[in-house]
Design a binder for this molecule. Structure first.
Ligand code: ATR
Length: 274
């Protein structure tokens, strides 16, 4: 059977994953396909049961299914368990699936490539946002040895709820209190949608942020977000969010198609142009 993989979500038309995996399939000369599938919530369970019998080795999962797939998984990786969401499913021989989350891996790999000398254990990190994406970033930073994370979110209860689950290295900072958020941090991360094309603009300065801090944003449309622009103006090094999308795809491709792909400037250019 032709090896197949997919990305499922609702909506799905904007996904860049087919282009990314399609590039790697072509590069390795693998006679397989990676397709976008529009799967509404009520079709999720049936779809997951059907796909392995059609030759699908695994799938990426995006909004709104990332949490719900955990309830249906035969096996859950420790990372997906801690984050409470999965983005990479691999079908098992018995038709069930293993659920993993590679967003934390993608985040750290992007920083490793963009700022090779950055060290998570070097100092506190500031994280803006306490939504779904934030959970993966917090997990990545804690696993990598970050000593303290200042977490700030417009809706304070959401940050409190994460602190209750994730634990004591999280310190909540009031939304808009830039000085408390950025003082002495080695890394600042925007996980909110502020500054994304079509969303509200990023309303704050980065007052108090040291010029030695590394700054990154999960948003990649635009590539140069207002958050990154303000950091650059302060003299900080920045890493844009596109690399996280590219790197999080590597483990899935490797599992499903048997080859470990690389994230190259050519791939980056291809995905940017799509
Ligand atoms: P994702 O999975 O991308 O994290 P999400 O779970 O909807 O998506 O979370 C969006 C994040 O952006 C949240 O931290 C949200 O803040 P709230 O929890 O207060 O909603 C943040 N966000 C979105 N729009 C915002 C705005 N206009 N001002 C401040 N924060 C905003």
């Amino acid at each position: 059977m032709l090896p197949l993989a997919a990305v499922i979500g609702d909506p799905i038309s904007h996904s860049k994953s087919p282009r990314l995996h399609g590039y790697w399939l072509e590069q390795f000369g693998i006679n397989g396909h990676y397709v976008p599938l529009h799967v509404p919530a009520e079709e999720l369970e049936n779809t997951l049961k059907l796909l392995p019998s059609l030759g699908f080795r695994g799938i990426n999962v995006t909004i709104p299914h990332k949490e719900r797939v955990l309830e249906m998984a035969r096996e859950i990786s420790p990372t997906a368990q801690r984050i409470g969401a999965a983005n990479t499913l691999t079908f098992l021989d018995d038709g069930g699936f293993e659920a993993d989350n590679t967003d934390a891996y993608g985040f750290l790999e992007n920083l490793k490539h963009g700022a090779p000398d950055w060290d998570a254990s070097a100092g506190p990190a500031a994280v803006l946002g306490a939504g779904g994406a934030s959970r993966a970033i917090l997990d990545a930073l804690l696993q990598a040895g970050c000593p303290e994370i200042r977490l700030s979110n417009r809706t304070a209860q959401r940050a409190e709820a994460i602190k209750d689950i994730v634990g004591k290295r999280i310190k909540i900072v009031t939304w808009g209190n830039e000085e408390a958020l950025y003082k002495d941090v080695a890394l600042a991360v925007n996980t909110t949608s502020l500054g994304m094309k079509g969303q509200d603009n990023f309303p704050f300065s980065l007052r108090g942020l040291d010029e030695k801090a590394l700054v990154t944003d999960l948003i990649y449309t635009p590539l140069q977000t207002p958050f990154l622009e303000r950091a650059s103006q302060l003299g900080c090094r920045t890493v844009d969010g596109l690399g996280m999308l590219l790197h999080q795809a590597v483990p899935g491709f490797h599992r499903w198609f048997g080859m470990r792909p690389e994230v190259t400037p050519e791939l980056r250019a291809l995905v940017l142009g799509s």
